[in-house]
Ligand binder design. Sequence first.
Ligand SMILES: [Zn+2]
Length: 122
Amino acid sequence: MHELSIVSSVVDQVVESLEKYPGARVTEVRLKVGALAAVVEDSLQFCYGIATEDTPLEGSRLVVNIVPVTVHCAACGADGAIESLQSFRCPSCGEPASDIRHGRELEIDAIEIEEAEEQVKP
Ligand SMILES: [Zn+2]
């Protein structure tokens, strides 16, 4: 499943960056996902629950921010968000535009953690 492999690599990256914070738990992971990445948010959420089991991410929240597809138009020089994924046309002049500037993102935007509480020694 496409989403599961995405989520697994996200979990790996988060676990790696947690190495600097021993004992910390993740409370929230924010992802930036381009509209062209062709992922289904519900599937991402479902897979996240599976992929985070028995990791420091277990029980954390996944926030998915969809990045709209924007193109640069060679004809008029405008940059803009396309109206639909079925039509890659410049929103200003209507010419076909294939120079995609945004919309392919698939990256971690932010990770929120809760630092380990100090152990109280008996
Ligand atoms: Zn144009």
